[in-house]
Write a protein that binds this ligand. Sequence first.
Ligand code: BG6
Length: 609
Amino acid sequence: MCGIFGCILKQGKAAPLIHAALKRLEYRGYDSVGEVTLDGSKLYMKKDQGKIDEVHQAHNLDDLPGSIGIGHTRWATHGAPLQVNAHPHVDCNGQIAVVHNGIIENFAELKQELENHGHVFKSRTDTEVIPHLIEEAKKNNPSLSLAEAVLDALKKLNGSYAIAVISTIEPDKIVCARNESPLVIGVNEDSAYFASDIPAFLPLTNKAIIVDDGEIAVLSSHGVEIKKIADSKPVVREPKVISWTAEMAVKQGYPHFMIKEIHEQPECLRNTLRVQEHYADLMATFLDRAREVYLVACGTSYHACLAASYMFSKLAFLPTYPVIASEFIEQHGKSVNIDSTILAVSQSGETADTLAAVNAARQRAATILGLTNAIGSTLTRVSRVYIGQQSGPEIGVAATKTFTSQLSVMAQLALRLAKKRGKVSQDEMDYLAERLCRIPETVQTIINTQEEKTKQIAKKYKDRKTFFFLGRGISTATAYEGRLKLMEIAYTPAIAFPAGESKHGPISLVEPGFPVVFVCPKDDTHKTLIGNIMEMKARGAAIIAVIEEDDEEIKKLADDFVEVPKDVPEVLSSIPFIVPLQLIAYYMAVERGYNPDMPRNLAKSVTVK
Ligand code: BG6
C-alpha cells in the first residue's frame, strides 16, 4: 500500500502542505517519497528512496514552487525501493505526472505496446505506464482534455488504483480516479485536496467527499467534479463533515502511535458501545437466518473472528467457521451458496484477501455482512449490512485498539443473537450487558496499574529468542493475537497454540528458561490450564501469566504475572486480557531498539502498495 495526497490552493505554496500530509500518511508506506508541483507551465519534482524525513533532509521537499501539486509515499511492490522507482512518474516529455496507489495487473503488456510506439520507460514500476498511456491518448487525439485523456488511459488498465495526475496540458487541474484503492477528497472555500485517507487533510478541512470505485474526479479552483469512468455520467455527492479532530490523527505526546492507541482503548471501547442499534439488529437477523456463517478476515481481524466464534457458540448457540481470508476460496469457495452468510471483518475494509473472499462469496449469492473501521471503504460498499466499529484512525501498523473494538462489537452481536434465539435468560443478558459497559473501565485499570509491570517483563525477557503463547477456550484467540503482536513489532519468533495441543509436539522446544506466556482468565478452562502450566514448569519453562487479580494459585506457579481486574465474563475476557500482551510486545520492541509503528515488511493493509 502507498499514500497519495495532493492539493490545489487559491494562494500559497503546495509543497510544504504536501510534505506535511505525506508525513500523516507515512504509515501507508515508507520506502520512498516524492512530490511534483506545477508553476506556470512547468513541472517541478523531487523524489528519492528512504523515509520522508531522510528525503526532506537531503532534498528539502518544501522548496518547490507553485500552488498545485501531488505527492506519494511508497510501499514497493513492482520495482525495488529505489529513487528511480519512487513516484511521481512522468511521460516521455516530462509534462504529465502521476502518483498511484494500487497494482496494475496488465502493466507488462501495456508497457510492451507503448514501447513499440516509441515510449521510453525509466522505472520498473507498473505505475509508469499511466503517464505514457495519457501521453499516447493525447498524441492520438490532441483535442482531448486532460480528464478525457486520463479516462482513455484508465479504460486500458486492469487492476487496482487510486491515481492523481497533474500536467502542463491543463495546469489548473488535478485529475484523480479510483478503482479498489482508497481515495477521498477534502474541500474548503479556498482549496481542494485528495488523499488516500482522511487524516492526511484533517488539519486543513473536515469536509470530505468519498470517491467510489469506478469514479474520476477533477479538482480545480472552481470546485470538484465527479463522473463515472464507464459512461462519464456526472455524480452529485455532498461533502460529509468528519467529526475526527486533527489531534486524533497525531501522536499527542506519546513516543509512538502504537502506545497512544493502546491507551486510547478505554475511549474506543466506549465509542464502540454506541454502534447503531438498527444495524446491529439487522445483522443479528441475517446471522440468525443463515444456514452457515463464515467469519472471514486476515491478521488481527482474524483473531477477533476466532474469539467471536466462541462468543456466538457460547451465547447464541450459533456455530460459525472462522476462516483466514486468503484460504477462504480454496477451502469453502465451492460450498458457499445463497444460504451462506459471510461476516467479513477488516479494520481498513480494503485488505485484498478479505475483499477477494467477499467477492467470491458474492458471486455465489451469499449474504455479505461487514465489520470495519473505515466507513466508505470497499467493504462497506459490498456489504448487505455493515457496522462501523468507530475506533477512529489507527496509525500504528500493529492493530491494537481496533482489535478490542472488533471484539466488543461482535460480543454485542452475539448478545443480540442470543436474545433473538432465547438462549440466554434476561438476568444473564442484563449481567453481560452491564459487564460489557464496564469493560472500558477494566481496560483503563489495567493500563493504569500494570503498564510498569509489562515494561519490567519486557526488560527481563528482551534477549530471549523464542516465546510460547498458550491459552484454552476463547483465550486461545488471545494467545494467537499476543503472539502476533510480539512477532510483528519486536521481531521475536513466537509460537501460539491451544494449551491442550502444546503437548502434541511443541513442548519438545521447551528447555530451562524457555519463556511461556499463559492467558489465564478464571473460566471453565482454569483447572486444566493449571495442568498445562505444571507441564511446562516441570520442563524448566519460565512462566509469564496474565491472570485475574485474586488468582493466588497461578501467582505461586508463575515467574512473572500481570493482573487483570476480576469478574470479567468468559466471553468478554479477550478484551482485557490482550491489553497486557499488547503492552509487553510494545515495550519489547522499544527495548530491542525497534520502531513499533513501522514494522519492517508490513503495512496497514495489504490491498495495495
Ligand atoms: C495486515 C496487517 O497487513 O493486515 C495486520 O499487518 C492486519 O496488522 C491485517 O491485522 C488485516 O487488516 P484489516 O485492515 O483487514 O483488518
